[in-house]
Design a protein around this ligand. Structure first.
Ligand code: MN
Ligand code: MN
Length: 471
């Protein structure tokens, strides 16, 4: 046996990098793996923002949260939620100290890149039936070719009734696809820049090829599909105009790797943060400070619309909560509440992929398995468009995580001048609150099959919980 090597006293001064797997006990490893099983089920059942809202509402109800509209007054310890247009959600656990002293808020988004059907999607060409799409969010278009796609969403008919649609998720269901060009004839395509190789107007969905009637009948291939839509759903073509039909990857979330250390699946940006924050919120009881969860829509297209983070839904919900806590809750109280709050913008960040190591700066980028990622700033070029959290806020979160045994790391969104992006952090900060970006590092972000480490997923759940429960 060798005597233990003595460390230089200065060795402890450096900030090293940790790997969550090294630090988990056997029991914690089991918890990490078990948590991922529940997360995968959530990913499979929540492939659109509406589906995520339904799932979240069910979990909130089961945990004793009540719909805000059913509560006339609120007191500390009460648990409530508000749903906005079935696409965004605000949940709160009322704290002991008054709202005006500030909230602890975690905000994630539940929309993900996908292909949306156009209002007039259906057409036939050369005896084939297709559906026109318009992509939603930032995608690399080639990734959406030659993969099985499921159709999710709803159609609102002329009489106002709503027809839910999910085709392609059950083993016996048909699926859809966008055909790619065979390599034998792709000489011209291959010479194009990747950005131009797949024009947006070629993302047309293959939807049928059996004609109706005889050859004299005009558009008989398209009519055959319309006939099916009418017989199966009672729909006519005009109904598709008032519809939201989204094509998403038809496959389920899966374990990746011989050691099953990763979850692969669609929509992990940002449902990995939405789910872990939701789970953390479900477990908060009688906090000192009011804990708030926000699940927002439309982040991938700029947080616009009345369910996006730039809209009034959060302030409206908080005003309703404030009024129910005390009927003399004014606009000034609301402003103080917001300005005294602290928030985690719970969104994913890039994790180092050694195959693409040159787009990140290795000293500052996050690693899969390195723990929950805190990101002081995102943005592009000279930090343009970012929240850039204050040092005090970063220190405060760091302290909570260190105190609670959360394994965390720092991240940044690519090396300087490589590209960049943003989150909802700066929209939350606009209300006056202190905000820090904090989420899970992904591989293959925005692809139809994103990859996250189960260790990081579990740390996100624990970290959001520690923040929401802190004073
Ligand atoms: Mn995101
Ligand atoms: Mn995104």
């Amino acid at each position: 046996m060798n005597p233990a090597k003595e460390q230089h006293p200065a060795a402890g001064l450096a900030c090293g990098r940790r790997n969550v797997w090294d630090l988990l006990s056997a029991e914690e490893k089991n918890q990490t793996m078990a948590f991922a099983e529940e997360y995968k089920q959530f990913l499979d059942a929540g492939k659109t923002e509406r589906e995520v809202i339904t799932l979240s509402e069910n979990l909130l109800k089961k945990a004793g949260f009540r719909n805000l509209t059913e509560c006339s007054s609120l007191k500390p310890g009460d648990k409530v939620y508000a749903i906005i247009r079935r696409k965004a959600l605000v949940a709160a656990v009322l704290g002991r100290i008054p709202l005006v002293e500030g909230l602890h808020l975690v905000g994630a988004h539940i929309d993900s890149p996908r292909l949306d059907l156009k209002p007039r999607p259906l057409y036939e060409e050369e005896d084939l039936v297709f559906l026109k799409t318009h992509y939603y969010g930032g995608i690399k278009k080639y990734q959406w070719l030659s993969v099985p796609l499921a159709l999710h969403g709803l159609v609102v008919k002329n009489d106002g009734s709503s027809i839910p649609v999910i085709i392609g998720e059950n083993p016996g269901d048909p699926v859809f696809t966008v055909n790619d060009l065979l390599p034998h004839l792709a000489k011209d395509q291959m010479e194009k820049k990747m950005m131009d190789a797949v024009p947006g107007e070629t993302l047309n969905i293959l939807a049928g090829s059996i004609p109706l009637g005889d050859v004299e009948l005009k558009e008989r291939f398209k009519l055959a599909v319309l006939d099916l839509l009418y017989r199966n759903y009672g729909l006519v073509e005009e109904d598709l105009i008032s519809a939201e039909l989204e094509l998403v990857p038809a496959w389920p979330a899966r374990d990746i790797g011989l050691d099953r250390s990763f979850v692969g699946g669609y929509g992990q940006d940002d449902r990995v943060c939405a789910y872990t924050a939701l789970r953390a919120c479900l477990e908060i009881s009688a906090p000192e400070r009011t804990a708030v969860l926000v699940l927002a829509d439309k982040e991938e297209i700029g947080s616009t619309g009345n369910t996006g983070m730039t809209a009034a839904f959060l302030t409206n919900a908080l005003a309703e909560i404030g009024f129910r806590c005390s009927p003399d809750f004014t606009e000034l109280h609301l402003r103080r509440t917001l300005a005294n709050s602290r928030a985690l913008s719970a969104d994913v960040n890039v994790a180092l992929d050694p195959n693409y190591g040159d787009v990140v700066e290795k000293r500052n980028t996050a690693r899969v398995g390195g723990g929950l990622v805190i990101t002081k700033y995102t943005g592009t070029r000279g930090k343009s468009g970012t929240n850039d959290a204050h040092a005090e806020m970063v220190a405060w979160i760091r302290q909570i995580f260190n105190r609670s045994g959360i394994i965390w790391q720092t991240g940044e969104l690519g090396k300087v001048d490589q590209g960049g992006g943003g989150t909802v952090a700066h929209f939350l900060a606009a209300h006056g609150m202190d905000v820090l970006d904090c989420g899970v590092g992904l591989l293959g972000m925005h692809s139809p099959f994103e990859v996250a480490s189960k260790a990081d997923i579990y740390m996100a759940y624990r970290g959001y919980g520690a923040f929401l429960a802190s004073h």
